[in-house]
Structure formats: C-alpha cells, structure tokens
Design a protein around this ligand. Structure first.
Ligand code: DHB
Ligand code: MG
Length: 222
C-alpha cells in the first residue's frame, strides 16, 4: 500500500517508546499470551495506545467508561487502570468465547469488580444502557461497519464534556477510497458524522508502528 508504512524504523521506534515509556504495563504480557493461546486475532491496541487511553481517562477524570469491542480485555484493563477505585467499565463483546478470555484476564489483573462484560451484539446491548448515569468516556473498537451507529449511541449515552475515542480511523489509508471495503466505508461514514455533528468537537491522530498505519479519532461531547 503506502511505501513508508513498511519502513522498519516505525515499528522499531514504537518498540523503543513502549519499552521506555510504557514499560510493559503490569499484567499485560499475560493478556497477550492468552490472546495467542486462544487463537484470537492480535488486533488489540498497541501498548502506547492502551496507555494513551488510560491517560485520557485520567486527564478527563472519567469514572464511568463504556467500551465497544472487548476482545481479550487489553484496552479494557488499560481503561480500568485510568479510573478511580469506585469507577466502572461496561464493555461490550460480540463473541462469548472472547468474553470468557477477557473475563479471566480482567479478573487476573485485579479489576474484576470494576468491569462488567456484556456479551452479544453491541447494538442490542447499548439500548439497555440508556436511562442510567451518563458515561464519561467511550472507546469504540469493534466492527467498523457499525462505527457510525456506535458513535450515535455514544452520543445518547454521554453528557456534555464526555470523551469519545474511536480506533482504526485510518485503516492503512483505505478511508480515502473505501471502494468495496465495508470496514473502510463504515469508518469514513463515522468520521463524516463526527465532523458534521454540532454535538461533537473532534480531531484525529495518525499512528504508525507495530499495528501498521492507523489512528484514533478523539472527540468531546459539547
Ligand atoms: C484490525 C485492527 C483493529 O485495531 C481492529 O479493531 C480490528 C481489526 C485489523 O488490523 O484487522
Ligand atoms: Mg482497533
């Protein structure tokens, strides 16, 4: 695809930044080995990105976090680390077998009481979350074809000042020309929605490293 993605320096720099600034992150090696052992895809956020989620949650003072897309719980644990003892993470996972791996990882990391995993299609779970206290922070990292629906649900479940972060917003550059790629089309639809919503003030940062060329969108609810 794009030439500079394959420059070895980007992954090497990522490794250096991870080693120097993230320093492993307690318990995270076990999450990665459990992902491999279960034959699950290695599409969790990079350690630097996981720590960014933790820092954003802390900077914002988040107490209630909603995550869409649990996988093995890697980002879930980072988010749980970013909120106070009495904070709460609700995380939605489509596949029961992934949720079971995540449950073990989250419990082993010491966040069992803080994290609730809701199994099933997130579009069925999200309506059941309405009516409770608003979420302070939402992380969207699931099936990209539904990204615009997830952003719209995030808006319903948050308050002014809440933060919404969406993963995979560059998709190796495919968002510029989605063609037949429904993931790229879904990501682009969500970005177009975010950019035109009067209730969101947003930007995006591109990332390049161990996960190739991708990025995060970051928005505040106004
Ligand atoms: C992929 C990467 C992701 O971060 C994700 O959420 C889903 C898929 C991928 O590289 O295929
Ligand atoms: Mg992702």
């Amino acid at each position: 695809m794009v030439e500079h993605v394959n420059q070895p320096g980007w992954a090497d720099v990522e490794e250096y930044l991870s080693t120097t600034l993230v320093r492993g992150g307690a318990g995270m090696d076990a999450v990665i080995s459990s992902t491999d052992a279960a034959g699950m895809p290695r599409i969790e956020v990079a350690p630097t990105a996981g720590k960014l989620l933790m820092l954003l949650a802390r900077i914002q003072g988040a107490r209630r976090v909603l995550e869409i897309g649990t996988l093995a719980g890697f980002s879930t644990i980072w988010l749980a680390r970013g909120i106070p003892e009495d904070g709460h993470v609700t995380t939605c996972e489509f596949l029961p077998e992934h949720a079971a791996v995540a449950r073990k990882n989250i419990d082993a990391a010491g966040f069992g009481a803080k994290v609730e995993i809701r199994v099933g299609p997130a579009l069925q779970t999200l309506p059941t979350l309405a009516g409770g206290d608003p979420y302070d922070f939402v992380f969207i990292d699931a099936d990209k074809g539904n990204d615009v629906n997830y952003v719209q649900w995030a808006l319903k479940l948050t308050r002014p000042g809440s933060v919404i972060v969406m993963d995979n917003v560059v998709w190796e550059g495919a968002i510029l020309d989605p063609g037949e790629d429904p993931d790229a089309a879904g990501i682009r639809a969500a970005l177009d929605f975010i950019g035109s919503s009067p209730r969101l003030d947003a930007t995006a940062i591109q990332t390049a490293g161990t996960k190739g060329w991708d990025g995060f969108a970051i928005a505040i609810v106004t």
